[in-house]
Write a protein that binds this ligand. Structure first.
Ligand code: ADP
Length: 546
């Protein structure tokens, strides 16, 4: 089109600093509460967040870093981490959140691959950092996030965050630049191969923040008190550090203690209305509440994702008066892709039908598009039955991994590695990670469906379903169970009861061939069941001949 008629609207780049500037102008008194390493509860306002983020930007400026330089963090959810989010990205640097739960070799790989120049860390990671310093010689500064008086001594050179920003004035203008500039970097946990970096932009982050606050998304508002349990090192705490300031909500940070009791007490004390986290975290909270006969007084909504939320967990939360919002996403999607919500016409459906919709992974949030394809990349129908590889696209989906030589896309779509179906109303349901699918006699069995049923059994704390080689059917499902601690009956009796529990709930040929017990189901650095490890452990397991 030649000489198009352009709209006459203001054209300013979508920058992360805009969120903070706006929040500090219009929600300046909104509180940010943090349980911190000093052992106390720290409180301040968005106005103070802005000043300290600017002081940090000034201090970093004095280091003479180039725009786009990567600044790493090894830190829990807290106000100083939030200052780094805004101070680093706002000043044109890239905030690289490192998952401290990864193996040390992976952390070294990530730091070197990202070429981090400065790393901020919580004191609880001091011994890890002392191991990392000689292995990462290109990092110029290691800065500890703690009151200088409480900083532990070290034989290595470690700076202090408060000292680092102390002499700055806080009088700083956020720079303006192209909204497509990189803002933050997050590596996938790399259950296979080396971790890969998703490099977000200011534009993608702002669009994701708008979209994630929508009613059919997280439904956030200034009426909310938000506690992100999901760590800020896991896909930017699902964008909450941005979306909560965008709507002007109060924020509550839990720090390092993520056990059931600590989370429950903070939810109650700060009158939290909304939270977010992976199922394993919530299992701990529910367990603590059940044991101590507790209730919630303000908690209204929780977004659960990262792995499938077992229906039994949804039911329990419902009994506690909390709405579970089931969502699906990935590091490569910033992370939100779909959210499970009803439509107006679903109101005439039965409660059971509604529950089935809400147990799915949900509908796309506008901006993301999705399709399912077969092995030859042919699009499959959205009829709720056909299932295939899930592909997505949109402005907050990566097109390439950081420093990769090739695009990550196929025909303009990102292959998620998940297998799913999509119904005519647009509700998507993940049946498996493609590598976890169980192929029995040429048909696919959904390990997630089996795990969801098993998780509802009263003897089961956690259950993983994996494939085991079978002479006739190629593969058959084996259920690996972490059972409740207090049980006194024999494993044989528990096994028989669990297998019986499947009857009538799924197709007969899907019922696992065997059940084995482990003390603990191994979890990945992002709290997901490590099925790769279990497959390795049980690869020679002899299934009973039926
Ligand atoms: P990593 O754990 O490697 O850091 P992500 O956190 O990006 O990776 O995980 C993305 C994957 O997690 C998805 O591709 C999907 O397999 C799984 N996942 C996320 N949310 C859900 C959900 N609600 N139900 C089932 N699987 C989910």
């Amino acid at each position: 089109m030649t000489n198009p008629l352009l709209g006459q609207m203001m054209d300013s780049p979508l920058l992360i600093s805009n969120i903070l500037t706006s929040a500090a102008r219009h929600h300046s008194n909104m509180e940010i509460v943090s349980k911190r390493a000093e052992g106390d509860i720290h409180r301040y306002t968005v106005a103070e967040l802005q000043i300290r983020s600017k002081k940090l930007a000034q201090a970093l400026e004095h280091l003479g870093l180039k725009m786009g330089s990567r600044i790493g963090t090894l830190a829990w959810n807290g106000y100083r981490h939030l200052e780094i989010y805004y101070g680093v990205s706002g000043s044109g640097l890239v905030c690289h959140t490192i998952n401290p739960r990864l193996f040390q070799e992976q952390i070294v790989y990530i730091i070197q691959h990202a070429e981090d120049e400065v790393i901020f860390f919580d004191q609880s990671f001091q011994s890890l950092v002392e191991n990392l310093i000689p292995l990462c010689p290109n990092v110029k500064k290691w800065i500890c996030l703690i009151d200088p008086a409480l900083q532990a001594k070290s034989h290595l050179e470690i700076d202090n965050y408060e000292t680092f920003i102390a002499n700055e004035s806080g009088e700083y203008e956020w720079p303006s630049f192209d909204e497509r500039c990189a803002s933050s970097l997050c590596y996938t946990s790399g259950t296979t191969g080396n971790p890969k970096g998703a490099l977000y932009s200011h534009r993608s982050t702002i669009l994701h923040s708008y979209a994630s606050a929508l009613p059919d998304s997280l439904c956030l508002s200034a009426m909310d008190v938000i506690l992100p349990v999901v760590p800020m090192f896991h896909v930017n705490a699902w964008g909450i550090p941005y979306s909560s300031l965008l709507v002007g909500a109060k924020l509550v940070f839990p720090g390092a203690k993520l056990d059931g009791q600590s989370i429950y007490e903070l939810l109650e004390a700060e009158k939290v209305t909304f939270s977010a986290g992976v199922p394993t975290i919530w299992a701990g909270v529910i367990q603590y509440m059940k044991t101590n006969h507790l209730k919630f007084s303000h908690f209204k909504r929780v977004i659960i994702g990262g792995s499938a939320c077992p229906p039994a967990m949804m039911k329990t939360f419902q009994e506690y008066g909390v709405e579970v919002i089931h969502a699906w996403g990935m590091t490569e999607l910033s992370p939100i892709g779909t959210v499970a919500k009803l439509k107006s016409f679903d109101q005439s459906k039965t409660k059971e039908q509604q529950e089935l919709i809400l147990q799915k992974q949900g509908r796309v949030v506008f901006g993301v598009d999705m399709k399912i394809v077969d092995g030859d990349l042919n699009a499959l129908p959205h009829d709720g039955k056909a299932f295939g590889d899930l592909y997505v696209k949109g402005p907050w989906v990566i097109n390439q991994y950081f420093k990769a030589s090739e695009s990550a896309l196929q025909d303009g779509w990102f292959p998620t590695g998940d297998v799913s179906n999509i119904d005519p109303d647009g509700h998507m349901q993940i049946t498996d990670r493609s590598k976890d699918v169980i192929k029995s006699g040429g048909e696919w069995i959904s390990s997630i469906d089996l795990e969801n049923v098993a998780a509802g059994h009263p003897f089961v704390t956690m259950a993983a379903c994996i494939s085991v080689a079978h002479p006739k059917w190629d593969e058959r499902p084996l259920l690996v169970v972490e059972k409740k601690a207090e049980l006194t009956i024999t494993d044989e009796a528990i096994k028989a009861d669990i297998l019986k529990f499947f009857e009538g709930k799924i197709a007969k040929w899907w019922i696992p061939d065997d059940v084995v017990f482990v003390d603990k189901i191994p979890l990945t650095a992002t709290g997901k069941m490590q099925k790769l490890k279990l497959r390795e452990q049980f690869k020679n397991h002899q299934l009973p001949t039926l």
